[in-house]
Design a protein around this ligand. Sequence first.
Ligand code: NAD
Ligand code: IPM
Ligand code: MN
Length: 357
Amino acid sequence: MKIALFPGDGIGPEIMEQARRVLDVLALPGLVLFEGDVGGVGYKRQGHPLPQDTLEMAKAADAILFGAVGDPECDSLERDLRPEQAILGLRSALGLFANLRPATMFPGLEDLSALRPEVARAIDLLIVRELNGDVYFGDKGTRVLDDGRRQGFDIMSYAEDEVRRIAHVGFRAAQGRAKSGGKGRMCSVDKANVLETSQLWRDVVIDTAVEYPDVELSHMYVDNAAMQLVRDPGQFDVILTGNLFGDILSDQASMCVGSIGLLASAAMGETQGEFGTLGLFEPIHGSAPDIAGQGKANPLAMILSLAMLLRHSLGREDDAARVEKAVAKTLEDGIFGGDLGGSAGTAEIGDAVLQRM
Ligand code: NAD
Ligand code: IPM
Ligand code: MN
């Protein structure tokens, strides 16, 4: 079992250290760890946010654990050299098109949600976000118009096969969740009232639904979805959406649960078995430059990303559950940091998880 660790920038190395301690306790047989530079660190050490040896390491791995990238000192570099290209480059070079972003209420955390406890209590949803297309990967640039004004542009598009393959992932996820108490529902979120891209998305999702008569499909415009997510998040089971909308809605969902420092994610490729093997696992948050180096970052999203890695790429359900239980118990015992109104630091939260494992 080869796991590539890419800590990255800002709080990335701080939270990765805690995930590594969890890995040490698990003592997986035959585990080999590699470490590579990504992001601003990659640029500063090797002249590129995704150095060639990092990419080779990723391709050779069974799974990738990714911290975060983003460095304010790199924000004026040309776009191809910016830290964010590391994560975008890995997702596209490895064909990791299916982003699973679960948001579930942890027992005892209801009072810390940005929502009222009785509203927050019911949160148990999975955002299935497409990751290789949309406005992220279309033609982009800045051009000068005839009258001398500069104009920026980013083309939004989806090909039907790109929509179909992510729709299958969403439907299968809804079926899988139904087996363990899920609602068997999928809500596809788009902006079909305005965007052609979204109309095609909706048409293809409806076509694909024929293969999944047991899943209750609905559609929602993204503006309404943003509102419904705070009005009544308990109505959602699987949310299927595109790259941009999924990015925004997942940060929003994190505050419904209580903190962006709690939400983990998996990026998976073509399916083998249920979700495929090679995957990249990372918190949904970024490098948090405002708190980097202060030992304040919440490492739980990182540790929960490791749990997703154990489950989805290594097939080690028992180990994944062991880690997730220890995280839930840590929160239930009131051990959390400033992001949730507490006072525990990064290492202290890591210690608490290790003790509970
Ligand atoms: P961010 O997610 O880094 O931070 C947003 C806010 O949430 C900040 O106030 C931060 O302190 C807080 N926060 C985030 N993670 C936290 C944690 N684990 N514990 C406690 N608080 C936490 O988003 P941003 O500030 O918009 O972006 C910062 C940089 O990160 C940018 O360069 C951006 O491009 C990058 N970014 C990278 C990724 C990624 O690597 N996948 C994701 C999002 C943003
Ligand atoms: C995320 C991030 C990335 C995205 C950025 C850093 C490219 O916000 O993983 O959510 O937009 O996908
Ligand atoms: Mn994001």
